[in-house]
Design a binder for this molecule. Sequence first.
Ligand SMILES: *[C@@H]1O[C@H](CO)[C@@H](O)[C@H](O)[C@H]1NC(C)=O
Ligand SMILES: *[C@@H]1O[C@H](CO)[C@@H](O)[C@H](O)[C@H]1NC(C)=O
Ligand SMILES: *[C@@H]1O[C@H](CO)[C@@H](O)[C@H](O)[C@H]1NC(C)=O
Ligand SMILES: *[C@@H]1O[C@H](CO)[C@@H](O)[C@H](O)[C@H]1NC(C)=O
Ligand SMILES: *[C@@H]1O[C@H](CO)[C@@H](O)[C@H](O)[C@H]1NC(C)=O
Ligand SMILES: *[C@@H]1O[C@H](CO)[C@@H](O)[C@H](O)[C@H]1NC(C)=O
Ligand SMILES: *[C@@H]1O[C@H](CO)[C@@H](O)[C@H](O)[C@H]1NC(C)=O
Ligand SMILES: *[C@@H]1O[C@H](CO)[C@@H](O)[C@H](O)[C@H]1NC(C)=O
Ligand SMILES: *[C@@H]1O[C@H](CO)[C@@H](O)[C@H](O)[C@H]1NC(C)=O
Ligand SMILES: *[C@@H]1O[C@H](CO)[C@@H](O)[C@H](O)[C@H]1NC(C)=O
Ligand SMILES: *[C@@H]1O[C@H](CO)[C@@H](O)[C@H](O)[C@H]1NC(C)=O
Ligand SMILES: *[C@@H]1O[C@H](CO)[C@@H](O)[C@H](O)[C@H]1NC(C)=O
Length: 382
Amino acid sequence: MRFFTSVLFALSVSSVTCNDSKPQGPNPGVKDKKTCTIKPSLDGSDDTPAILKAFDSCGKNGRVVFINETYHVDTVMNTTGLENVDIDLYGTLLWSANITYWFNASLFFGYQNQSSAWWLGGSNICFNGHGSGTLDGNGQFVQSQMWAMTVFKSENILMQDVYINSTSHSGSPARNTDGVDTIYSNNIHFDRMTIINGDDSISAKANSTNILITNSTFINGLGVALESIGQYEGVYEILENVTARDIICVKTLHAGYVKTWTGERVGYPPNGGGGGLGYAKNITFSNFTVSALRGSPFAISQCTTFSDTAGDCNSSEFQLEDILIEDIRGTINADPVASFRCSGAAPCRDISMLGVELDLVNGKVASGWKCSNLVGAVGFNC
Ligand SMILES: *[C@@H]1O[C@H](CO)[C@@H](O)[C@H](O)[C@H]1NC(C)=O
Ligand SMILES: *[C@@H]1O[C@H](CO)[C@@H](O)[C@H](O)[C@H]1NC(C)=O
Ligand SMILES: *[C@@H]1O[C@H](CO)[C@@H](O)[C@H](O)[C@H]1NC(C)=O
Ligand SMILES: *[C@@H]1O[C@H](CO)[C@@H](O)[C@H](O)[C@H]1NC(C)=O
Ligand SMILES: *[C@@H]1O[C@H](CO)[C@@H](O)[C@H](O)[C@H]1NC(C)=O
Ligand SMILES: *[C@@H]1O[C@H](CO)[C@@H](O)[C@H](O)[C@H]1NC(C)=O
Ligand SMILES: *[C@@H]1O[C@H](CO)[C@@H](O)[C@H](O)[C@H]1NC(C)=O
Ligand SMILES: *[C@@H]1O[C@H](CO)[C@@H](O)[C@H](O)[C@H]1NC(C)=O
Ligand SMILES: *[C@@H]1O[C@H](CO)[C@@H](O)[C@H](O)[C@H]1NC(C)=O
Ligand SMILES: *[C@@H]1O[C@H](CO)[C@@H](O)[C@H](O)[C@H]1NC(C)=O
Ligand SMILES: *[C@@H]1O[C@H](CO)[C@@H](O)[C@H](O)[C@H]1NC(C)=O
Ligand SMILES: *[C@@H]1O[C@H](CO)[C@@H](O)[C@H](O)[C@H]1NC(C)=O
């Protein structure tokens, strides 16, 4: 079960303007935005009251600024209903390690039994980390339960220059710490993200559409994921128009991968499930530079069942189609270049791999593809 430290962007409806002098959507940026600069306590006491006050005063047609210091967050925050707001995070938000408190108080949001330490939502939000803005869930203590961020039921979000490092203080990458997840969200752009973690770097889950990931660096995690799909029996979910391009992966497990539950339900979510329906379509991984990847750069598996074990890989009816992989270079630890294990009940359709030039770390040219139930392979032979 995962339950701690998600940042949720909810209920967004209109477009994003990040830069007032260069409006990116139909709503031009508001000039002379009211600005609330939050003063950190600096003595380790809870900064939550000051943060909530700033969102209250400047959360509409305004700007909320976290300066380049550490803010202590000891209390749940619900800042929804924001409108046309720029959030500038220059420093670090550090969540407390009081598991007793978070276990009892965190905000439930009803997907995979997850809850969250911060709901952040509204329309027309630009969240800018300016390259040093950091979200720190205090991974040393709560690493097995933490998600750094979840974009939930949102539209038109730009998240830029955010640094997420979920490495535990003892140095090893924390497990179960996705960098950022999207769920029931449309038109989300992640640009210039740096994510160091031990789970999915960025993960598009149920009903993620028009997701764009650009110019980002992922270290140690699992790469760009489309996963946790098909977990709810009889429920129809889609993933469509997901593009990741101009990406650097260092020591991640994969560059990009897709994982669905099997066709038969075993147990119930969050730990069990399966038997979901739907499709993933028009997925692009383009211009990746990878180094020392730990597994196959590209992978598909439709085998997930109770507690993440492998079940009947041929039963999922979740349809994967139209996947383009192009301009991939760098080094990997071992063959094969791709492992596509598609379901017999709904074979994958149309996967292209073009301009893939990978070497093994020992200098040999990487090669080899493992595939099952794939119709329409372009650029490679299974
Ligand atoms: C905003 O956009 C203008 C015009 O494109 C550009 O000159 C300026 O550097 C941008 N400012 C920021 C903070 O990105
Ligand atoms: C924030 O401070 C750190 C050092 O503590 C510095 O490396 C970084 O450049 C600063 N960020 C900004 C945006 O000034
Ligand atoms: C942790 O939270 C609990 C419940 O809110 C509280 O009673 C306790 O004092 C907190 N512990 C610390 C060390 O702050
Ligand atoms: C649990 O949270 C509720 C409110 O959410 C509060 O009333 C109660 O005191 C908390 N219990 C503990 C043990 O912290
Ligand atoms: C957060 O606030 C919004 C708006 O007031 C409310 O609809 C929502 O239920 C709140 N969320 C939680 C988990 O309390
Ligand atoms: C999921 O949440 C529901 C409703 O709160 C609860 O009844 C159920 O026991 C939870 N399941 C798990 C595995 O935590
Ligand atoms: C991530 O955080 C760990 C622990 O604080 C630190 O040792 C490491 O240098 C950081 N990695 C990067 C790439 O910033
Ligand atoms: C990403 O970087 C490339 C190359 O530097 C640049 O052409 C492109 O405009 C950038 N994309 C975004 C969304 O900033
Ligand atoms: C997910 O998308 C499908 C297809 O568009 C739709 O039928 C379903 O209602 C969506 N689910 C949610 C919870 O929005
Ligand atoms: C696929 O998605 C990309 C954006 O990710 C979009 O530009 C393109 O038009 C889509 N193609 C189709 C056939 O829908
Ligand atoms: C995917 O992109 C195409 C081309 O831009 C668009 O026509 C289609 O509506 C998009 N699909 C979704 C689910 O938004
Ligand atoms: C490919 O991505 C790299 C960053 O990893 C960028 O520097 C380069 O400009 C991109 N190439 C193209 C053709 O956009």
